[in-house]
Ligand binder design. Structure first.
Ligand code: SAH
Length: 347
């Protein structure tokens, strides 16, 4: 493991102090920080003297994370990454290529403590929060991987972890990734997905960050939701919906409801009708996801005909809805699946 200090994430003052010790003028700290937030490696920091670039490489690490392994899909342009943190923890991210450009799904925690019954990320609980610099590094490393091919223009906070359970770091990351002198990614191109931590949704609405909020709903009522999402025991669905409505009013942004279709449990016609009356009249979109089967879980995906019928019932009731396109299914598509198979030596 590296003993070297990490530069990304250091404040300008800390960096100035470190540079002073190296006998460097203070303005170099600002130059280096500007390069770092764009992900430029030391050797390409072209306004620094060569000797300084070399001494930085010898004495410091630029990012607190590196690519452990990249798995390009053979079916499409999707690339799944395993990133390693400096403390040896491994997290995952997915790079997807759409007609509008590259979108990266990033993790916000190592593991997750929310305990959703269908999700692989939560099987071993939450190890720790990721820092803002670690979240930013996932984007910078994906950009380095792309090189001349392009860069990440859209981000979804849908990898492992519950973003609103790591509130301060996530908000700090959002501000940094949006900064004009950094990656300058529009907040409108960023989606934050939450299992529904009601107080934090209210707090987040007040931040004035126009990201798209995605709510992992997965059930039309508390009775079903409690069977698959422990969070429903703390925050009943009506309180969640009230808070989401307030979010829409406050931000003017359309929200997205994620709904994984599980055989029998939440995918029957009566569930579709109940969902339609729950979200009817809201400025929203429903994203139907055929459940990704996770070995350790005993839930099965709904049959394709059931998925189509579910969609039809929503459409008949004028609810905007689509079925999520499956990408990179050959490389461990669902949350936490690839990391888990690597931890268990199966990848
Ligand atoms: N904790 C956040 C974000 C991470 S999960 C949240 O709950 O929203 C990203 C999305 O993938 C969530 O909608 C989650 O419910 C969904 N998901 C997790 N495991 C899945 C599986 N096996 N099949 C389909 N969707 C899954």
């Amino acid at each position: 493991m590296s003993e070297k200090q990490v530069l990304l994430g250091m404040s300008l003052e800390e960096m100035k102090a470190a540079f002073k010790q190296m006998g460097q003028p203070a303005f170099r700290a600002g130059q280096v920080q500007a390069w770092l937030t764009k992900g430029t490696p030391f050797e390409e920091m072209s306004n620094l003297p060569k000797a300084l670039r070399e001494s930085l490489r010898e004495n410091y690490v630029d990012l607190p994370m590196s690519v452990h392994q990249a798995f390009p899909s053979r079916k499409d342009d999707t690339v799944k990454f395993l990133f390693s943190c400096l403390d040896g923890n491994i997290i995952e991210g997915v790079l997807m290529h759409y007609h509008y450009g590259y979108s990266l799904c990033i993790s916000t925690q190592v593991g997750c403590k929310m305990g959703c019954a269908f999700c692989a990320s939560t099987l071993n609980g939450c190890v720790r929060n990721l820092t803002a610099a670690e979240m930013l590094s996932q984007v910078l490393l994906a950009n380095r991987f792309l090189g001349e091919k392009g860069h990440v223009g859209h981000i979804v906070l849908m990898g492992s972890g519950e973003p609103l359970d790591n509130y301060d770091n996530v908000v700090s990351f959002l501000r940094q990734v949006n900064a004009e002198d950094g990656l300058n990614i529009s907040l409108r191109n960023i989606s934050l997905s939450t299992c529904g931590l009601v107080p934090q949704i209210g707090r987040f609405a007040a931040e004035g960050l126009p990201v798209t909020l995605s709510i992992s709903l997965h059930a039309p009522n508390d009775q079903i939701r409690k069977q698959i999402m422990p969070v429903a025991n703390t925050w009943p669905i009506h309180e969640l919906m009230d808070e989401v409505r307030a979010y829409v009013r406050k931000t003017g942004r359309r929200v997205v409801f994620e709904y994984a279709l599980i055989d029998q449990l939440n995918s029957r016609p009566e569930h579709a009708r109940e969902l339609a009356s729950l979200v009817g009249g809201m400025q929203c979109h429903v994203n139907l996801i055929p459940l990704n089967y996770v070995d350790e879980r005993h839930l099965r995906p709904a049959a394709p005909e059931a998925v189509q019928l579910f969609l039809k019932i929503l459409e008949e009731r004028h609810i905007s809805a689509t079925i999520r396109r499956e990408m990179g299914s050959d490389i461990g598509g669902a949350c936490g699946q690839l990391r888990r198979s690597v931890l268990e030596g199966k990848a």
